[in-house]
Each structure stands twice: as structure tokens, then as C-alpha cells.
Design a protein around this ligand. Structure first.
Ligand code: IMP
Ligand code: MG
Length: 190
């Protein structure tokens, strides 16, 4: 029987066409996530940390980071909604962590800390549950636009004051599945 020609073909690649500049390649991200996993594993040695990811942007980072943490760890997921859109201070929690975190060592895992409002809301909420410790690990930090001071212990990369996409980060739900982090070819309408 003849083999299907589709098997030999490369799949189509339409996801890169609106990308401007690549800021961090998949290889650079992998190397940095490996370092963060190692650092967290050393600093939490003897503990069983709870990693709390914030949906949906954190998905690739959390999936990669958790596998570089060599300790016995637990995973929780939260979600937030911004009813008035990007940049508005109103942040609502739509999914709670659904794990008992009182007395536990909690690490909030985020894709990006920009103005700080999302993280501030999450930290206030989690603090109320009386964890033994509460730290933050973000893949990206964009300090230029910070309006709320938030304590961020672990940072993958600092980014300039540009809208970034890829490796979980979206523009109107697109680009989350890019394996790298970049900017958009045309100015996003925020
Ligand atoms: P903050 O409350 O302003 O810190 O906003 C953090 C959230 O806004 C992140 O979790 C992202 O969902 C989103 N965000 C902020 N900056 C960017 C960006 O450059 N690209 C994509 N999403 C972003
Ligand atoms: Mg996010």
C-alpha cells in the first residue's frame, strides 16, 4: 500500500506570522526554567511546597517548572477575571486554589507581573488562608508599569515596557502556543 503523502509533509506554520521580534527563544526559556527549578528545589529542601499557578497564561511555565522541581510538590490553580479589561485595577478571583494551604509553604507561579494588581489580589487572598510562607515566582517581570508594590522572589527574565506574547502569554487569546516569547508585529490595541 502507498504511504499517505501527508506523513512526509511538515505541518503548516501559521502561528508566527504576526510576531515582531523574538525576545527569548525556546532554548533560552528552557535553560532559565531549569535554573529556577534548581534554585527552588535547593531553597525548599526538606519541605513540600504548594505551587499555585494563575490561569491561563502560566500553563506552559508551570508545566515546565514543576518538572524541574525535584521535591515532593503539590499543584493548585487559580483564575482571575478583569471585568473592565487589561489595565483596569478591578481584579476578581473566579477560581480558588481548592487545596488546604494553612501552614503550607506556598509559591505563587505567574506568567508576568506588569502593574502588579493581579498578583496583589492573589496574595491578599492567599494570605488570609494563613500559609506558613508565601513567595512568588514569575517567568517575566515588567517593572516599568508597576503601580502596586508586590514582593517577587523568583524572576525568570525582566522585560522592557512592551506587550509580549508567546509561551502562555496571549493577545486576545492568540499566541499562547508559541514556543518562544516575542513582541507583536503591529501595535496591539489594549
Ligand atoms: P498586572 O495586574 O498588570 O500585573 O497584570 C498581570 C496580567 O496581565 C498577567 O497575568 C497577564 O495576563 C496580563 N499581561 C500583562 N502584561 C502582559 C503582556 O505584555 N502580554 C500579555 N499579557 C500581559
Ligand atoms: Mg496571567
Amino acid at each position: 500500500m502507498e504511504s499517505s503523502p501527508a506523513k512526509a509533509e511538515s505541518p503548516p506554520e501559521s502561528r508566527h506570522k504576526d510576531v515582531g521580534e523574538i525576545l527569548f527563544t525556546a532554548e533560552q526559556i528552557r535553560a532559565r526554567v531549569d535554573e529556577l527549578g534548581k534554585q527552588i528545589s535547593l531553597e525548599y529542601a526538606g519541605k513540600r511546597p504548594v505551587l499555585v499557578g494563575v490561569l491561563k497564561g502560566v500553563l506552559p511555565f508551570l508545566a515546565d517548572l514543576m518538572r524541574q522541581i525535584t521535591l515532593d510538590a503539590e499543584i493548585g490553580l487559580m483564575a482571575v477575571h478583569r471585568p473592565h479589561g487589561y489595565g483596569h485595577p478591578d481584579v476578581k478571583i473566579t477560581r480558588d486554589v481548592q487545596l488546604e494551604i494553612e501552614g503550607r509553604h506556598v509559591i505563587v507561579v505567574e506568567d508576568i507581573v506588569d502593574m502588579g494588581q493581579t498578583l496583589n489580589k492573589i496574595l491578599e487572598h492567599l494570605r488570609g488562608k494563613k500559609p506558613a510562607s508565601l513567595e512568588v515566582c514569575t517567568l517575566l517581570d515588567k517593572p516599568a508599569r508597576r503601580v502596586v508594590e508586590v514582593p517577587v522572589k523568583y524572576v525568570g527574565f525582566q522585560v522592557p515596557d512592551k506587550f509580549v506574547i508567546g509561551y502562555g502569554l496571549d493577545y486576545r487569546e492568540r499566541f499562547r502556543n508559541l514556543p518562544y516569547i516575542g513582541t507583536m508585529k503591529s501595535e496591539p490595541e489594549l
